[in-house]
Design a protein. Structure first.
Lengths: 113, 108
């Protein structure tokens, strides 16, 4: 079974631009969660989608948004990029949710200049 | 509020020595706790979860509700155990809250 895939793997943007990251979950998994990983703050939860609906949201500004498609693939979007948005963005897929095991993708490394 | 604290950013032990990675949590309900591991150049993966009470790669962790701790232990560390270890809590909101991680280095 293929694992969680994320595209692109690396991205360089400048301040003020916007970016879209993509996550394809493991086949059959219906829930996708997104996390931001930085050296200072560690892993922070962004949001979770289940069956195309946002089920949970972390404490991030509205510039961070996401969506999930009917095939469970998910995208997250960051608008008006700031230097502090430079991070590794991880997505994780789960069969259903709750205490099911989360399977992580390799991440997208975003650098904002 | 849900919070996970890993007090040690770095931990260094010698091969064959016992290792304990500390994790304390703050949560008013009954938490589900996990340990995730990230080896060099690999993706984050689940190591173990308290509800399964299993031992993975020789690691065990016991949930101590009185001390609100979920420390990860291994009696004899191996060099291949060198990695970043994250403790995580799943509370009522069904979102994982991670600690900031402990980098374990096992020296030969």
């Amino acid at each position: 079974k293929a694992g969680v895939t994320q595209t692109p793997r690396y991205l360089i943007k400048t301040r003020g631009q916007q970016v879209t990251l993509s996550c394809s979950p493991i086949s059959g998994h219906r829930s996708v969660s997104w996390y931001q990983q930085t050296p200072g703050q560690g892993l922070q939860f962004l949001f979770e989608y289940f069956s195309e609906t946002q089920r949970n949201k972390g404490n991030f500004p509205g510039r961070f948004s996401g969506r999930q498609f009917s095939n469970s693939r998910s995208e997250m979007n960051v608008s008006t990029l700031e230097l502090g948005d430079s991070a590794l963005y991880l997505c994780a897929s789960v069969i259903g949710g709750g205490s099911d095991t989360q399977y992580f993708g390799p991440g997208t490394r975003l650098t904002v200049l | 509020a849900q919070r996970v604290t890993q007090p040690e950013k770095l931990l260094s032990v010698f091969k064959g020595a016992p290792v304990e990675l500390k994790c304390n949590y703050s949560y008013s309900g009954s938490p589900e706790l996990f340990w995730y591991v990230q080896y060099s150049r690999q993706r984050l993966q689940l190591l173990l979860r308290h509800i399964s009470r299993e031992s993975i790669k020789g690691f065990t962790a016991d949930l101590n509700k009185g001390e609100t701790s979920f420390h990860l232990k291994k009696p004899f560390a191996q060099e291949e155990d060198s990695a970043m270890y994250y403790c995580a809590l799943l509370g009522g909101s069904e979102k994982l809250v991670f600690g900031k991680g402990t980098k374990l280095t096992v020296n030969p």
